[in-house]
Design a protein around this ligand. Structure first.
Ligand code: AHR
Length: 311
């Protein structure tokens, strides 16, 4: 069952407002909650009627939400796909109903490029590359000698950010650090704090000599920090940590010295999405991928940056 199925927006003003059906992945992380708020606020601001549904990280819930938006004849469908594969059938149904589809945050793999109009979201492969480059700086600053033994906490299996962040990170590692870096363990923590905590505890049991954690998001890093401390080690010192997102709690952990660096992934996609939805609805041509701009932050910037974090 879907957790939330609500409509908001205004239909005042005489002319027909845009009805947008939006299927969200879930509420698995701080990033996701900020993304949901951004989408809802921006839809309201734009005066659209928003039909919002939370899939609780289940693809079948997203597929049924999209089918219900097709049945309701919404003007545009937007969704953030939980995984990359398995969308062609439902996207073909949307195409047959002449409802344009906009992907937001995450991409899909499809045999037919005409099944969606555009993607509004980050370059996850580049985020993985930036994380590896950042780790090189962190390792140097910490004066870590010998083999860099990395534990990787992956995002949801089959999700674009999990696949692409791992790929980008490995690309830089293989090119620049093949002799001295090694990923000793890698497993999914499903982008959640509980997952990060549980998997990190198991990593520390099986590989107590890990000296680096690369977490695909801040929430898993925060969960992992609890397990690192429970094992009597100091996060940020005994185990250097680089993560992705840049949510407020991530910056708090970084300002406490527990995370060494964060690659930002911006969840505030609502305003850009509403802009694209309008253009698509009016038949304007839009770019195939509208990329988000984001920054990189090291520990010494954390305290100054913390008050500026909006999510
Ligand atoms: O797709 C973006 C990712 O999904 C974020 O990094 C993560 O926190 C979220 O759950």
């Amino acid at each position: 069952a879907k957790k939330d199925d609500s409509s908001s927006g205004s239909s005042s003003g005489g002319s027909k407002t845009i009805t947008l059906g939006f299927s969200q992945v879930g509420a698995e992380s701080g990033w996701r909650s900020a993304n949901t708020t951004s989408v809802k606020d921006a839809a309201k601001e734009a005066g659209y009627t928003l039909k919002f549904s939370d899939a609780q990280q289940k693809q079948e819930n997203q597929i049924s939400a999209i089918r219900s938006y097709i049945a309701q004849k919404v003007d545009v469908i937007a969704f953030s796909p939980v995984v990359v594969t398995g969308w062609d059938a439902v996207l073909k149904e949307a195409k047959a109903a002449k409802i344009p589809v906009v992907l937001t945050d995450r991409s899909v793999e499809t045999s037919d490029d005409s099944l969606y109009v555009t993607l509004v979201g980050s370059d996850f492969t580049d985020e993985g590359r930036r994380a590896a480059k950042m780790l090189a700086t962190v390792v140097e600053k910490a004066g870590l000698k010998g083999t860099v033994k990395i534990a990787q906490l992956e995002g949801t299996t089959g999700a674009a950010p999990a696949i692409e962040r791992a790929k980008g990170f490995k690309e830089v590692m293989d090119a620049d650090h093949a002799d001295d870096w090694k990923i000793v363990v890698s497993q999914t923590g499903d982008f959640t704090r509980a997952g990060g905590k549980q998997v990190m505890a198991a990593f520390l049991q099986s590989n107590p000599d890990i000296n680096v954690l690369f977490a695909h998001n801040d929430d898993m890093a925060i969960g992992a920090i609890q397990s690192i401390e429970a094992a009597g080690k100091k996060p940020g010192k005994d185990i250097l940590i680089v993560s992705i997102d840049g949510v407020k709690d991530g910056f708090v952990a970084m300002s406490e010295g527990k995370i060494n660096g964060i690659v930002e992934c911006n969840p505030l996609l609502g305003p850009q999405l509403m802009d694209v939805v309008k253009k698509v609805h009016e038949g304007e041509t839009v770019e195939r991928w509208i990329k988000t701009k984001e920054g990189d932050y090291l520990q010494d910037q954390a305290k100054a940056e913390l008050p500026n974090r909006k999510y």
